[in-house]
Design a protein around this ligand. Structure first.
Ligand code: FE2
Ligand code: FE2
Length: 754
């Protein structure tokens, strides 16, 4: 026993797991398609081929606000500011003294050397010349070839007067500042004297900029101030200074960078502000740079939306959200339609709504290309109430509310720029599903469309009052919007009528709209029943009245109860004369048959009924009602007859094959059927006698276990007793005036719920 239980448990667990996996797969596909609707398709091709100076081919309207940093303009400005930022050049004020010391020391020593080796005698001696030049280069730290200068100074005997003239030149050079490698022209410069750190703002003319400039500078000095001796030897003197003086200035890269950053940090970025609804580019105008910048910003911002990372993130968000909604709703909302088929219809309804919003958006953009039209208006014209209505019609209020809520959240993710749209979608779909809950006739369906239209118009007026920027939406656009949403609300109910048969066919559902069609007594099958089995026809109409009223009392679908009742005995068309309600007085066909044969004929009306229902495509709920309306009840009349003939007759041969009623509507038909048959033979239908009879019959059905598989509570059963009694009393009271119920026409004229 335990093993069997375990096996069953495992099987069930696996079944649940498989269904969950399948639902998850549905969510994966759903989320993938949702992600595709998040792509702003219009932007991908609107901006193609627009160049500055060209004629603009279409109006381009901003569909949301853009506050973007114009990076391109910002970079250009930064470069411009950087060019203006000063170069920091450090001047080493201590190097002058070192150079002068070196010079004095060198001249001192060489003067002594030249006293021993006189120029006039030794200049021709290559050995001595080389020895002197070596000392000279070493002492004065000369890098290049200054042999000419050596000879010149030697000739002058390294005299103090020559030395002081050279000194003056070195002072002039180093005080001005000498940079080894040249700096850029036209740059602003900060000249810092190190180690004092005094600084002045200047330009490149304040320095001797490279060796060439040094030579020019020195030769000018010689020209201006030099003695005759120096002037005669300008070339070698200039060459000497150029090779002797070390640059005392250099660009301080770190300090320059630091100051540049300080300046950059003070520059505010370039913002481009584009208002929602602003016509950024107008058809026929020439594209200016400023407009081109705005278009570039819009394109850049929109393209960010289709970065692979964002799309993958969106996909994950959609899958997670779907799963969360599904799990929470299944766990905590009892009536939530959480089977695979229902989930498919729910996600398809939501998906189509989102696809259409994107399509409407695209259409709006396209219209605005050529006309003075506010493209965002277009998205409001989609009949959003339709989704709420479909979900309510095919499922129930709970499922519809949860799904509409979910849909609104998804719209918020996919169309974040249209926050007013969210208010509209939610209110419209919510009210749509509400209005459709109170359908009583076909006319009511149209009325609910009208109500939705009116509700849409009111919501739109509220939204328009909320829109602060009065300039964006013109008065004519406002009127267009309000009338447009009125008609889209109306269109919701029209589309519902058009789409329902299609959805019913694909998903094999039976909605109230179809039930309403079936409730029409002009239906050929019911007409045939009236013709061939008038007794059964009247019986069925009566059951319909009983079941409908009781359904209302226990808050289940009254229309389903009534229509199921109309067709529950449809199988009796095949052999009407075998059923008591169709028999003329005094003649009973069963008298010719054995109880076993009789019961077979009686039982066959269920099977025949199912066949007929399938043939006439009455839908699963009606087929179920026919199959279950007798449950596994005993045909007592023939069983008793059989017992008389053979006391060992088996009860199970006289029972219907079932199954027992699975829904409360079918249970009502079973009870009404039994009650009606019993009341038919009641001689004196006083209120108390009727009530007692009803009570007893329902009790029998309950004790027979026929109600075990449906969700009727004892409280429901009490309400059913009350309701049946009330209806039957009404009927018997009326029978005084109308001895026969001829047809159910009055049922249609008396407002009966759909
Ligand atoms: Fe029946
Ligand atoms: Fe019946």
């Amino acid at each position: 026993m335990k093993k069997v239980l375990d096996k069953n448990f495992w099987f069930k667990y696996k079944e649940v797991k498989t269904e969950r996996f399948e639902i998850f797969s549905i969510f994966l596909v759903f989320s993938l398609l949702l992600t595709l609707t998040a792509i702003p398709y219009d932007v991908l091709f609107v901006f193609k081929g627009l160049r500055v100076g060209e004629k603009i081919g279409k109006n381009i309207t901003a569909q949301r606000d853009y506050y973007a940093i114009d990076m391109e303009a910002f970079e250009k400005r930064k470069a411009r500011v950087l060019r203006g930022a000063p170069l920091v050049i450090d001047l080493d004020s201590e190097s002058l003294n070192k150079e002068l010391e070196k010079l004095s020391e060198g001249f001192e020593k060489l003067r002594k050397w030249s006293q021993s080796f006189d120029y006039t005698r030794f200049a021709v001696n290559p050995e001595k010349s080389a020895e002197g030049y070596e000392i000279f280069s070493k002492l004065l730290d000369i890098k290049g070839n200054v042999f000419d200068a050596f000879l010149t100074f030697w000739a002058a005997g390294f005299s103090p007067s020559v030395k002081s003239e050279i000194e003056e030149m070195v002072i002039s050079v180093l005080e001005k500042g000498y940079i080894g490698t040249g700096v850029e022209r036209d740059r602003k410069i900060v000249k810092r004297t190190i180690p004092e750190y005094t600084e002045i703002y200047t330009d490149e003319t304040a320095f001797i900029n490279g060796k060439d400039e040094l030579k020019i500078f020195v030769s000018a000095l010689v020209d201006k101030k030099g003695s005759d001796f120096l002037k005669k030897n300008t070339k070698s003197i200039v060459n000497f200074i150029a090779n002797f003086v070390e640059p005392n200035c250099k660009v301080n890269v770190a300090e320059t960078d630091k100051r540049q950053h300080e300046i950059l940090s003070r520059i505010a970025p370039n913002y481009i502000v584009i208002k929602k609804g602003e016509i950024v580019a107008r058809k026929g105008e020439i594209l200016q740079q400023t407009v081109a910048d705005k278009l570039r910003i819009i394109k850049e911002e929109e393209l960010k939306k289709i970065s692979p990372l964002r799309l993958v993130t969106l996909f994950i968000v959609f899958v997670s959200l779907s799963w969360i909604f599904y799990m929470v709703a299944s766990a905590s909302v009892k009536k939530f339609a959480n089977d695979k088929k229902s989930i498919t219809l729910i996600v398809m309804t939501i998906l189509f709504s989102l696809i259409f919003v994107r399509l409407f958006m695209l259409t709006g953009t396209y219209i605005s290309f050529d006309y003075n039209f506010y493209p965002l208006i277009m998205v409001f014209f989609f009949p959003y109430a339709l989704s709420g209505m479909i979900l309510r019609l095919f499922f129930n209020t709970e499922t519809a509310i949860i799904s509409v809520f979910f849909m609104t959240i998804l719209m918020g993710i996919n169309f974040p720029e249209h926050y007013y749209l969210l208010i509209f979608v939610f209110s419209s779909a919510f009210l749509g599903l509400h209005f459709i809950s109170y359908l009583y006739t076909r006319g009511d369906l149209i009325k609910s469309g009208g109500k939705t239209g009116l509700a849409n118009a009111v919501i739109m007026l509220i939204i328009l009052a909320l829109v602060t920027d009065k300039e964006t939406i013109s008065m004519s656009d406002r009127i267009f919007l309000v009338t447009g949403v009125f008609f889209s609300g109306f269109l919701s109910s029209v589309l519902l009528i058009v789409l329902t048969p299609f959805i019913e066919y694909v998903f094999k559902y039976t909605t109230n709209i179809t039930l309403f069609e079936l409730s029409n007594l002009d239906n050929p099958l019911l007409k045939e029943l009236l013709l061939k089995a008038p007794g059964t026809y009247n019986h069925s109409i009566l059951i319909g009245t009983l079941a409908e009223a009781a359904a209302r009392a226990i808050k289940v679908n009254p229309l389903l109860a009534r229509v199921s009742a109309y067709y529950h005995d449809i199988g009796k068309i095949k052999k009407p004369e075998f059923f008591i309600e169709n028999q003329m007085e005094g003649y009973n066909k069963h008298e010719e048959l054995t109880p076993y044969m009789s019961v077979l004929v009686v039982l066959s009306h269920v099977k025949d009924g199912i066949e007929l229902a399938k043939q006439h495509k009455l839908g699963q709920p009606i087929i179920d009602a026919i199959a279950q309306h007798h449950g596994t009840r005993l045909v007592t009349y023939f069983y008793a007859k059989a017992l008389k003939l053979d006391p060992s007759a088996k009860e199970e041969n006289f029972r219907y094959l079932g199954p027992k009623p699975k829904t409360r509507e079918v249970a009502l038909i079973m009870m009404a059927d039994a009650v009606e048959a019993a009341c038919r033979v009641l001689d004196d239908p006083s209120p108390s006698r009727i009530k007692n009879l009803v009570k007893k019959i329902i009790q029998d059905i309950f004790l027979d276990g026929q109600l075990d598989e449906c969700e009727l509570t004892l409280k429901d059963l009490n309400l059913v007793v009350e309701s049946f009694t009330r209806t039957l009393l009404g009927i018997y009271h009326h029978r005084v005036d109308y001895p026969e119920i001829k047809s159910g026409k009055e049922n249609v004229n008396n407002k009966k719920p759909l």
